[in-house]
Design a protein around this ligand. Structure first.
Ligand SMILES: [Zn+2]
Ligand SMILES: [Zn+2]
Length: 226
């Protein structure tokens, strides 16, 4: 198999456990060299709410979510946002290389096996973005791993979150509305909302708010990077 990012060969060093227990092997699409450039977030004194590294307790952004909006953030992510992740999303989203959707398949799949939810949904692109790019990047990232339900609609914003500075991001007005399917779900179910990158949390908190206002109380969020 070749690395989707750089084209190098991937050597699958099977662990003894995997060979003898006939454990189902999750395919990997990223080589060791590329993987060595990733910084996993796990066990890094993570913020108890948003999983950002090197925080003792709750970070200042999450304190704002709690005090100002009464939202108890419950977020997890896999990798620190660094140069590698930045370049990855540039190729994947800006240049539209849809094949890169599978680069982190193994990591996301492993996480999904350890974290169970009744309903899994995602942050959709706005219609105009989807038309422009030809695919929905968050959907493509997760569709082969989770049984996804489309429950939100994103209205076209003034400009993409990626082009905004920190203040503009925090001040973005609500950009989602609920699809009627939300009301057909039982409110005691646990919900997981997926996004690609978590920055201030503004986008996911609005999505969170839609579910909260619809009567759900057990809401978690996840992103590849934070
Ligand atoms: Zn590689
Ligand atoms: Zn936080």
């Amino acid at each position: 198999m070749k690395c989707l990012n750089c084209g190098n060969s991937i050597t699958n060093n099977l662990k003894i456990k995997e060979i003898f227990l006939f454990k189902k092997i999750i395919p990997d699409y990223i080589c060791q060299l590329c993987r060595s450039q990733l910084i996993p977030l796990k066990n890094k004194n993570n913020c108890l709410r948003c999983y950002k590294p090197n925080v003792s307790g709750i970070c200042s952004d999450c304190q704002i979510w709690e005090q100002k909006y009464q939202i108890i953030n419950c977020h997890q992510a896999l990798f620190e946002y660094n140069q590698f992740i930045h370049s990855y999303f540039k190729l994947y989203k800006r240049y539209g290389d849809v094949l890169l959707a599978k680069l982190f398949f193994k990591d996301i799949m492993s996480w999904s096996k350890q974290n169970q939810f009744d309903v899994v949904t995602y942050i959709p692109s706005s219609q105009s973005h989807q038309r422009l790019r030809g695919f929905d990047p968050v959907l493509e990232l997760y569709k082969d791993i989770f049984d996804l339900q489309l429950l939100l609609v994103k209205v076209d914003a003034d400009k993409p979150q990626a082009q905004k500075d920190r203040q503009e991001r925090l001040q973005t007005p609500q950009t989602f509305s609920a699809l009627p399917e939300i009301n057909r779900l039982s409110k005691n179910q646990s919900i997981l909302i997926l996004d690609d990158i978590y920055t201030t949390g503004r986008t996911l908190m609005y999505a969170h708010d839609i579910f909260w206002e619809s009567g759900f109380k057990n809401i978690s969020t996840f992103s590849l990077s934070s």
